[in-house]
Design a protein around this ligand. Structure first.
Ligand SMILES: N[C@@H](CCC(=O)N[C@@H](CS)C(=O)NCC(=O)O)C(=O)O
Length: 351
């Protein structure tokens, strides 16, 4: 693939997964052409599922070949095609932890992103005004108002689907604040969670945080007050094409047995929130229950709060992929992952 005929990344500025993939491509120095999805420049064939981001591969004949969606498989495909500046740690056990962090960001932290955007009036207003313009800068004010009504009503109506309800609000918002605190603490030690170079998990967190700390006013104010380093980190990760990386095997990654305290703290946060939710979700899908119900412990472990939402099929698949990745590890690496996750609350994910 040449710079003259590169990949196309199609998405939107208000989409966490789009900006996640743009940051991966930039960091990896992989040439790509940016395309605003659903704009007048968008000439892509329909993807397999109508979501963003879309990565389109050239067919070698001036047209489009493979049309892909879903950021984690997109990252893995790029790993198989380009070797330099990999985002997957060379140690398979550390790579598993990285996958877990990415999935937490994509499947749990995204609840905070959706919640803050569509639960608070200032955030609803901003998104309702800006999202339609991203597709068409020539939109007139009548069309803008119509789109505002359409988008805000549709998105607010979907809040419950991802668990953004009154009951779950303290759980979702506390988890967001906890992630901010852990990141603020981590950046006192180093720039990323698993080393001096970014992994999949960092890009997953970055994607959600582009919206939370840099776009939506309510969570941005929380972050500015609580974790200013996270705002600056998001600015940095937006384009890490300049970051020097030593590609010799294993260079730049931490030892699994010597994770930083805030990284361990993040694993505890994953075990406190995402783990009970993902396990209960898989059980609900299996039993055909209409509701996922789980208990989420408080950060100090002194009490629990009930979390409820409808079952989510895609997140059932995510847990299955995680379990398959664990099963594919050697016995020695499984034991190292087990030792790392012992006491974090993540254990039921692998049971
Ligand atoms: N698991 C997917 C999630 C992608 C996703 O949910 N994209 C959202 C926007 S950020 C979307 O396209 N939603 C449907 C829509 O906007 O119509 C990934 O990692 O890429």
């Amino acid at each position: 693939m040449t710079a003259a005929h590169p990949l196309v990344l199609a998405g939107q500025y208000g989409s966490p997964y789009t900006l996640k993939m743009r940051a991966v491509l930039r960091y990896r120095q992989i040439p790509f052409r940016w395309m605003l999805r659903d704009s007048k420049w968008d000439d892509l064939p329909a993807p397999p599922v109508p979501i963003i981001p879309v990565i389109a591969y050239p067919d070698g004949d001036g047209g489009y070949g493979d049309i892909t969606v879903d950021s984690s498989p997109q990252i893995l495909r790029l790993e198989s095609e380009y070797t330099e500046r990999s985002v997957v740690p060379t140690d398979p056990a550390l790579a598993f932890i990285d996958m877990l962090v990415e999935d937490f960001a994509d499947e749990w932290l995204t609840k905070a992103m959706y919640h803050y955007r569509w639960a608070y009036q200032a955030d609803i207003d901003k998104a309702g005004k800006l999202l339609p313009i991203s597709r068409n800068l020539q939109l007139d004010s009548d069309q803008g108002q119509q789109m505002y009504e359409y988008i805000t009503q549709r998105q607010i109506g979907r809040r419950e689907l991802v668990g953004s309800t009154e009951l779950n609000t303290p759980i979702i918002e506390d988890s967001y604040k906890r992630v901010l605190d852990l990141m603020q603490a981590q950046f006192a030690v180093r720039d990323f969670f698993l080393g001096d170079r970014p992994g999949r998990g960092d890009f997953g967190l970055y994607g959600q945080l582009t919206q939370l700390v840099r776009w939506d006013p309510t969570p941005m104010a929380v972050a500015t007050d609580r974790a200013p380093k996270v705002l600056n980190w998001v600015d940095r990760v937006d384009d890490l094409g300049w970051l020097p990386v030593d590609d010799a095997a294993g260079r730049g990654w931490v030892e699994l047995e010597a994770l930083d305290p805030a990284t361990i703290g993040l694993l505890h946060e994953i075990g406190r929130t995402y783990a009970p939710f993902m396990v209960a979700n898989a059980q609900a899908l299996q039993s055909g229950a209409t509701e996922v119900v789980c208990e989420v412990p408080s950060v100090d472990g002194q009490s629990t709060t009930t979390y409820r939402q409808g079952p989510f099929g895609y997140q059932g698949k995510c847990l299955q992929w995680l379990r398959e990745a664990y099963a594919a590890l050697s016995n020695d690496d499984k034991a190292r992952v087990d030792a790392t996750l012992a006491g974090t609350g993540c254990e039921p994910l692998l049971a």
